[in-house]
Design a protein around this ligand. Structure first.
Ligand code: DGI
Ligand code: FE
Ligand code: FE
Ligand code: FE
Length: 187
């Protein structure tokens, strides 16, 4: 799909702020794809669609998770997780995105998972470091991302897990699996 057409489809799905975030993720994802030798077009497409479902009503996301037989444990964890699998599903069924690598990167962009592909890692890190983000710790991950995608990913996962622990929130198992797997890759 052409960039302009993809951006138009996504823009209709979200508020202005979320669209500006999306443009930031696109920029960051293309830069990471160049640096780490990933397919730039796939990185661009996955970034454009990564938050496709973010602004859908919670009830609609819940209905899709149940109807499509997605991981039942999603429903027992933070609702913030839901837009990632639902986004992959809607990017395919509504927007016609077919590339399984692109859909997988959208599917896992919030939680991560064990055995992340290069594209999965790029979208996860790009979502974390895009130019519009300004939370504590982001600058350190930006700097790491210039040297090592795995080190940047590891730091982002650690920060996210710490953030959830500090707020007495559950941590989705795939997030721990992602952390464990990338830590082992680095040893
Ligand atoms: O959609 P974005 O805001 O751009 O970013 P995202 O898709 O990474 O969502 C981040 C939110 O998800 C953030 O508020 C933390 C929350 N979250 C809740 N439970 C978990 C979780 N994130 C991870 N990685 N793992 C969880 O278990
Ligand atoms: Fe997201
Ligand atoms: Fe994220
Ligand atoms: Fe995002």
């Amino acid at each position: 799909m052409e960039r302009q057409r993809a951006l138009e489809l996504v823009r209709q799905q979200m508020h202005e702020k979320r669209y500006i975030h999306t443009l930031g993720v696109v920029e960051a994802a293309i830069a990471l794809a160049k640096r780490y030798g990933a397919d730039e077009k796939k990185a661009e497409l996955a970034a454009i669609f990564h938050d496709y479902a973010k602004c859908r009503p919670i009830a609609e996301m819940e209905e899709i998770i149940k109807r499509e037989g997605m991981a039942a444990e999603l429903l027992e964890h933070n609702k913030e997780l839901w837009h990632a699998p639902v986004g992959a599903y809607l990017a395919e069924t509504e927007a016609g995105i077919r590339d399984p690598e692109v859909l997988q990167a959208i599917l896992y962009h919030t939680s991560g998972h064990a055995g992340m592909s290069l594209l999965d890692k790029i979208i996860y890190v790009a979502d974390y470091i895009e130019p519009g983000r300004s939370f504590p710790g982001v600058e350190e991950v930006r700097e790491l991302a210039e040297q090592s995608l795995n080190q940047a990913l590891l730091q982002a996962l650690k920060n996210t897990i710490r953030f959830l622990l500090e707020r007495n929130q559950t941590v989705y198992p795939d997030t721990f699996h992602a952390y464990n797997a990338v830590l082992k890759e680095e040893q």
